[in-house]
Write a protein that binds this ligand. Structure first.
Ligand SMILES: *Cc1c(COP(=O)(O)O)cnc(C)c1O
Length: 367
């Protein structure tokens, strides 16, 4: 079992300043007093685990991650519970996905219990940084980078750094009970992921390649890009940070949520999986099925597709109100957050914050 030495920070952020920061944290702008570091080398395996003061990493300019982007990361949250304790949500899922990403990037696996232990230690060390309003949380960012200082590019690095940082957060796109619906841009010229590529791995390169399309989306008055399949530019994949769900009405009027299947080119979201499990218990059928842009548009026009929402750890569940593309624009329903979207959002936040029963034992007490 890998161990961590705790080296407490001597100059933590003063309590009054921390309170100010926690009142309106935004997303990913302020960081807690500590971080976790853990190193790996071919000779020693995982070693030198620490909880230490948050601060800069000093790296040789030849460090391979700077040149070849061999890295992977995770995104998860610690939630203040009704009774004051702090919980993680399905951390074993993030640990398993982290290892799948590492495997794809030819990086060493990290034992799942070490991954979860690192999170628990950081959360308990910086527990005062976990905000308590519903819709706020402590965002946790575990990541691993290749640290060999060498420009050779045929073989993967022989050393790695695993690190976890933490940042108090308001849900992305607003914490309010009714989030503002997004306007999305269908990217018809750029592609996020291809079969055999890295689309299913949580790795920075997928994001680096997406900024150009996001700039195009913003230039067209949109918030986010919807990515389509690489071969036909027809099938909806995801939003490059959030998975997508479509709400359809069955013939008898009952709602059904549909999300594209995991084809290897989209990221298997923990939120996506949780909703597929959760919805049927709320009387909402759930299905994995591919959906084309043409059908999306037709079904909106026919009133058969009444809501669309995006989901992910950062965004929780956020409605989509409008779609724009080079070949035309349309509105989803009345453009306002729909009842299925809001119901699922309330249930998910309720479980995460310990206000609703947790029938699947997803909530993992951290401290
Ligand atoms: C992290 C991520 C998601 C959402 O996954 P969650 O586990 O639900 O947070 C969706 N798409 C991409 C590309 C991602 O990186």
């Amino acid at each position: 079992m890998v161990d961590f030495e705790v080296r407490p920070c001597r100059q933590p952020v003063p309590a009054a300043r921390r309170k100010e920061l926690l009142a309106a944290p935004g997303f990913g702008r302020t960081f807690t007093d500590h971080m976790v570091t853990l190193r790996w080398s071919t000779e020693r395996g995982w070693h030198d685990g620490r909880v230490e003061p948050y601060g800069p990493l000093v790296l040789d300019p030849a460090t391979s991650v700077f040149h070849y982007a061999q890295e992977c990361f995770e995104g998860m949250k610690a939630y203040r519970q009704a009774g004051g304790s702090i919980a993680l949500f399905r951390p074993e899922e993030n640990a398993a996905r982290f290892n799948r990403s590492a495997e794809r990037m030819a990086m060493p696996p990290l034992p799942e219990e070490t991954f979860v232990r690192a999170l628990e230690l950081l959360v308990s060390q910086d527990s005062e940084w976990v905000p308590d309003a519903v819709g706020t949380s402590l965002y946790l960012r575990p990541f691993m980078i290749a640290t060999q200082p060498a420009l050779g590019f045929t073989l993967p690095s022989d050393s790695y750094l695993f690190c976890v940082i933490a940042s108090p957060a308001t849900a992305a796109f607003g914490a309010g009970a009714v989030p503002r619906p997004l306007t999305v841009w269908l990217s018809e010229d750029y592609t996020r992921a291809v079969p055999g590529g890295t689309g299913a791995a949580k790795t920075g390169g997928n994001y680096a390649g997406a900024f150009k399309a996001t700039q195009q989306a913003v230039a067209n008055g949109c918030d986010q890009v919807v990515w389509l399949d690489a071969a036909e530019h027809t099938w909806v994949e995801e939003m490059g940070g959030m998975n997508l769900f479509f709400v359809q009405r069955s013939d008898d009027g009952s709602p059904r949520i549909v999300t594209p299947p995991l084809t290897g080119t989209l990221l298997p979201g923990v939120t996506r999986d949780s909703l597929l499990t959760l919805a049927p218990r709320l009387g909402i059928a759930a299905e994995e099925r591919r959906i084309s842009v043409g059908r999306w548009r037709e079904q909106c026009a026919a009133g058969e597709l009444t809501e669309v929402f995006a989901c992910g750890t950062a965004a929780v569940i956020t409605p989509v109100g409008q779609v724009k593309s080079a070949s035309g624009d349309w509105q989803i329903g009345d453009g306002e957050p729909g009842p299925v979207t809001l119901r699922l959002r309330e249930e998910l936040l309720g479980i995460q914050h310990g206000h609703c029963p947790d029938p699947y034992s997803w909530v993992h007490k951290a401290c």
